[in-house]
Write a protein that binds this ligand. Structure first.
Ligand SMILES: N[C@@H](CCC(=O)N[C@@H](CS)C(=O)NCC(=O)O)C(=O)O
Length: 412
């Protein structure tokens, strides 16, 4: 079999498998070369692949990065290959599934699985939000596959290759039996396609997940949280020292001041948090919320519902309210970037705490998740597509008009 080029990758990379499978369907070979991040990210490699990522494809004709493009190139390796679709409609559908595989599956699976594998910091609300997005994609796929064997037309196309390869990681690591039973059509499709010879040759025998990966907090982390309690004092002292030591006449070049928060690096937003806080404080909630929805910037800010995890341990209403106060006090660093309304509903010995937050950016920032009490709350992201459905509920939490509302606090 003629080779169309070589992919550098670490072993068993499902992203690289896309090109190998597409090549196999077209009767061409794609060679694989072992890549070691410790020594192979050389200036020569970066000159060809400026992202410094793998899979990275080289041939006499072209150097390619991004696994979908590499796979697509292999899918085009035979003239009139059916893999990319035969008609304009089929071609567009194939493109649709390539983008779906990348943006709705791979990106969100990464947000769910990478923190569990230790590749990224584990931030529960972000992992939960990613998991919800994967479920949404799986639900959509499940509906479509109710009546179809393959995604486009009646035969395997590159759409199936892209989607199945991107599903192989979660099917192995986190989609356990219970999860799979929610998406029976996708699971039937996945096992059928992944069981085909060309897929098996590239992906190996896919072993469906039995025990899903779970987050295991390192013991060390607890100690660090405890230590943090007295860290601010120390920091203050050190800051004072620095101030005294600074010589106003010393004009030696100084390093650029550190950015105070990663949130300051986000693209500017037309929504001004301070303006919103003034609006909320100085107007009735209906006027304020009208302004809010007219000015809200869903790219620059995100909305979150926060639920206290241990409602069954709450006793007196005023104590629950103090708990919110304590949480807000620890959120001091987030004041510039967040607004929240949290309320206590119910009665003494039978109450609960919940509310809504507006937060700069699309994920929970360090300023929030670092607060000591953060772990006591479940933060669930409200996606823009859910705004309409949630508007009334959000209004009630902002206006403290939720049934049984006894008291609350505003973080502003
Ligand atoms: N969207 C890219 C993602 C590539 C990617 O993130 N590769 C990872 C390994 S799976 C990598 O090379 N990471 C190294 C880095 O981020 O520096 C693709 O599908 O090819």
């Amino acid at each position: 079999m003629a080779s169309i080029g070589t992919i550098s990758t670490y072993p068993n990379n499902a992203r690289a498998a896309k090109a190998v499978i597409a090549g196999a369907y077209n009767g061409v070979k794609v060679d694989l070369k072992d890549f070691d991040f410790a020594k192979d990210v050389t200036p020569e490699f970066l000159a060809k692949f400026p992202m410094g990522k793998v899979p990275a494809f080289e041939s006499s004709e072209v150097n390619l990065f991004e696994s979908s493009a590499i796979g697509y190139y292999a899918a085009l390796a035979k003239e009139n290959s059916g893999l990319v679709g035969k008609t304009a409609v089929e071609k567009a559908l194939v493109m649709q599934w390539i983008l779906f595989a990348e943006n709705e599956i791979a990106a969100n699976v990464g947000g769910w699985v990478y923190p569990l594998l230790g590749y990224q910091t584990y931030i529960k609300p972000n992992v939960d939000a990613a998991q919800e997005k994967v479920k949404r994609a799986m639900a959509a796929l499940d509906k479509i596959l109710l009546t179809k064997t393959y995604l486009v037309g009646e035969e395997i196309t590159y759409a199936d290759i892209a989607v199945v390869c991107n599903l192989s990681l979660p099917y192995t690591l986190v989609f356990d039996k219970a999860f799979r039973s929610e998406y029976k059509n996708v699971t039937r499709y996945f096992t059928t396609v992944a069981g085909k010879d060309h897929f098996k040759a590239a992906l190996g025998e896919v072993k469906l997940c039995e025990t899903p990966l779970k987050f295991v907090p390192a013991k060390k982390e607890k100690k660090e949280t405890a230590k943090k309690e007295d860290a601010p004092k120390k920091e203050k002292k050190e800051k004072k020292k620095e101030e005294v030591a600074e010589d106003p006449m010393d004009d030696t070049p100084k390093p650029a001041p550190k950015v105070k928060s990663a949130l300051d690096l986000l693209p500017p937003s037309k929504f001004v948090m301070d303006e919103w806080k003034r609006m909320y404080s100085n107007n009735k909630t209906d006027v304020a919320m009208k302004w809010f929805w007219e000015n809200h910037d869903s790219e620059g800010y995100s909305l979150w519902r926060a639920d206290y995890k241990y409602n069954d341990e709450l006793t007196l209403v005023f104590m629950s309210c103090n708990l919110i106060g304590g949480f807000f006090a620890r959120l001091e660093r987030a004041r510039k970037y967040a607004f929240g309304s949290m309320i206590v509903c119910g009665e003494n010995n039978n109450n609960n705490i919940a509310g809504y937050f507006l937060i700069r950016g699309q994920t929970i920032p360090e300023e929030v998740y670092d607060a000591a009490d953060f772990e006591s709350y479940n933060f669930t992201k409200i996606e823009p597509s859910q705004y309409e459905e949630k508007k009334d509920e959000i209004y009630k939490y902002m206006a403290w008009e939720v049934e049984g509302c006894q008291d609350g606090k505003i973080f502003k």
